[in-house]
Write a protein of this length. Structure first.
Lengths: 111, 111
DNA sequence: TATAGTACCTTGCTATACATAGTAACTAAA
DNA sequence: TTTAGTTACTATGTATAGCAAGGTACTATA
C-alpha cells in the first residue's frame, strides 16, 4: 500500500497558525503548554516549528507576551492575544470553515 | 486590518491532491474540466499548479489516463483512478476527516 | 559541584504551491 | 489566410511551512 503519511503532513500545514491563535484566545500560555494542548487533539508539533511561528506572529503584532518567573526552571514567556490578534483569528476561523465546506462538497459529490 | 489572504492560501495547500483524486473517483476528466469543477467549490487552481500535480500522481501510479479526440480542439488527456489510486484516496479522506475533527476541537474549546 | 529537568531559540533542509511566461497543436469562423 | 478559441505541456524563480537537530540558559537537588 502506498504511504499517505506525507500527504497527511501536507494537509496539516496551514492550520497550525489557526490552532495556536485559537488556543491563546482561551487564555495565555507558554510554548510547552501550547505543544501539550495540541497533542491532546493529535496535532503534534515540535519546538522547531512552534518557536519560529510564535516569533513571526509576535513580530507582526498578532501576539504579545510577558515574562513570568517559574519555580521549576527558567522563566516562561506567556503569550496572549491582543485585540488585533483576536480580530485576525476571527478571519482565520471563517476561512477554515469555508475551506472545510469546499473540500467536503468535493468529496461528497464522489459518493 | 491585517490581511489573512496568505494564511488562507496556506490552508488550501495540501488538500488539492485530495480534491483532485476525489473528482476523478467520480469519473474520468481532463485537466480543464478538473479546474472548472474546483472553481465551482471556490478552490481556484491554475494550470501551473495542476499539471505538475497530475504528472506526479501519474508517475507514482495513483493516476492513469487515456487520449481522446475532441471535435473542438486538440486531443484531451482523460485521467482516471486505477484501483490503487482509489485505495489511496480512501486513506486521504480518512486523514482529512481526522484533521477536521482535531482542528474543530481546538477551535471550539475557545468558545 | 555535577546532574537532571525545564524552557527558549537557531540553522539548515525538504516539499509544496504559486506566479508568470512561454511553446505547440488542432478546429472553426471571419 | 488569418484570427480566435481550446487544450496540453514546460520552465523558472519565489514564498512559505514544517521538520530535524543542535545550542544556550536557568533552577533545584543530590
Amino acid at each position: 500500500m502506498i504511504n499517505s503519511d506525507n500527504a497527511k503532513a501536507q494537509m496539516r500545514k496551514g492550520v497550525l497558525e489557526l490552532c495556536i491563535l485559537s488556543i491563546l484566545s482561551q487564555g495565555e500560555a507558554y510554548p510547552t503548554e501550547i505543544i501539550d494542548k495540541l497533542k491532546e487533539t493529535k496535532l503534534v508539533v515540535v519546538e522547531g516549528t512552534l518557536y519560529p511561528l510564535l516569533t513571526r506572529l509576535k513580530n507582526t503584532g498578532l501576539l504579545s507576551y510577558r515574562w513570568e518567573e517559574s519555580s521549576s526552571g527558567p522563566p516562561r514567556k506567556y503569550y496572549f492575544l491582543p485585540e488585533i490578534g483576536q480580530n485576525y483569528l476571527n478571519e482565520l476561523q471563517l476561512s477554515w470553515i469555508e475551506l472545510v465546506n469546499a473540500v467536503n462538497t468535493t468529496i461528497q459529490n464522489t459518493k
